[in-house]
Design a binder for this molecule. Sequence first.
Ligand code: HEM
Length: 498
Amino acid sequence: MKGESGGSLVWIGIATVVAVGWFIYKMRKRQKEKKDTNRGIPRGNSGWPLLGETLEFIASGYTSRPVSFMEKRKSLYGKVFKTHILGKGIIVSTDAEVNKVVLQNNGDVFIPCYPKSITELFGKNSILQMNGPVHRRVHGLIGSFLKSAQFKTRITRDIEASVRHFLSTWLEKQHCVYVQDEAKKIAFEVLIKLILSVGPGEELNLLKKEFEEFTKGLICLPIKLPGTTLYKSLKAKERLSKMVGKMVEDRKLSMEKREEKALPNDAIDVLLGYADGAKQPLPPSDFISGNLIEMMIPGEETVPTAMTLSVKFLSDNPVALARLVEENMELKRQKISSSEDYTWTDYMSLPFTQNVISETLRLANVINAVWRKALKDVKIKGHLIPKGWCVLASFTSVHMDEENYENPYNFDPWRWEKAGVAVTSTTFTPFGGGQRLCPGLELSRLEISIFLHHLVTTYRWVAEKDEIVYFPTVKMKSKLPINIMPFEQNPLIQTKQN
Ligand code: HEM
């Protein structure tokens, strides 16, 4: 009896200590929140000790409405709010105007801020992490190369070759094709061609294998011990750096031997300074090879995801698909009757196809947000972002906001024909903005256009049931299996030809 009452007393004691501790924690939290609000820091909830609101944030990524996390807090605290996720106090902006200010003030006010495993994997010289004049120079060189008409003319041939090659293998696959896998193969081949001028073959396969191992570490626990994902990923990066470093060295040698300066052929040439007439001293080889590898990251998953999701959305919207087929068949007929090659401008000037791409990018939110860290206290639209805090500028929230898009969850390529809906507006930022605006923007649109053109004029298909998952990155749960048949069997085309 005595033992039992003693035990109860201990439990009562523990419960009292916990209750008092919890009360003090809550009081302090409330006081801090009051102080923050008085300073102008947006309202919000910092959640549980240490964990913050991370679990809710991740859980929303596994639902069909990943913006539910943002929507709930937006309704409670307004379009800009405070939270605590992934170990950091963060200010989330779902406001297009605030996002614009964040994007346009890169370098002096905001710098990129990534989770630890990512910063560990990117070199300090990575374009994604560098800032100031070096960033401007590298971004400018890459951007003008990818935008040049000469590059787009050449890459159009490369993209067509890859798309045609992979599409030609589809009939052998017993008519069931995993679109996500196929899109990845096409996009990787194109990406490596433009960065390193390596075409299909053993070398490409090895690069692919090492790159895949390397990117596994981008979203993982930041533990660098033998056997861990991060460790294996860093080892793969070392091997990749060796391979790419050798290519850079070889190119340097052939550059030195050449008397005439040539136009850049790939990103190696660009970073070696060709585009600048080589007036400046060549940067060290490891700077170049590191940057070349890191340039593969933003291009590797984004384009194939957009390609795959465009097929998903079109499969679910036969009216939009029929309009796309009609527009692309018209171009195909013109090309067959004139026996001319396609030019990049042919693909880019198909208005409905471009609207399908814009609508896919809006709805898919391949890059759902960008993360920035404030270098000083900044006030935007009355909200204080204190020095050292991270800001998450949510693109998804803006793209899925009823104030910006009518029936935002509907796939409606026609909305882009209406007045006031424009790809240049602050409410449409799939490629970011400001000094870090994606340099691969036009290339991505061109690649997706070529893929869609040859797909819809070569095959028709029936997609199997599949769903989109949004965490950690956007993809199809079952890689989007489709059953294909040659286009000639398509009644729509037969009617047209008759
Ligand atoms: C649908 C396809 C794509 C989407 C949605 C996309 C999206 C983005 C976004 C949102 C950013 C800005 C990141 C930030 O502000 O921190 C970005 C940056 C970047 N993207 Fe893309 N991207 C795509 C394709 C590509 C391709 C194909 C390439 C390469 C050829 C590429 C290369 C880059 C690079 C190098 C940056 C860094 C720019 C800088 O920090 O200065 N992207 N991309």
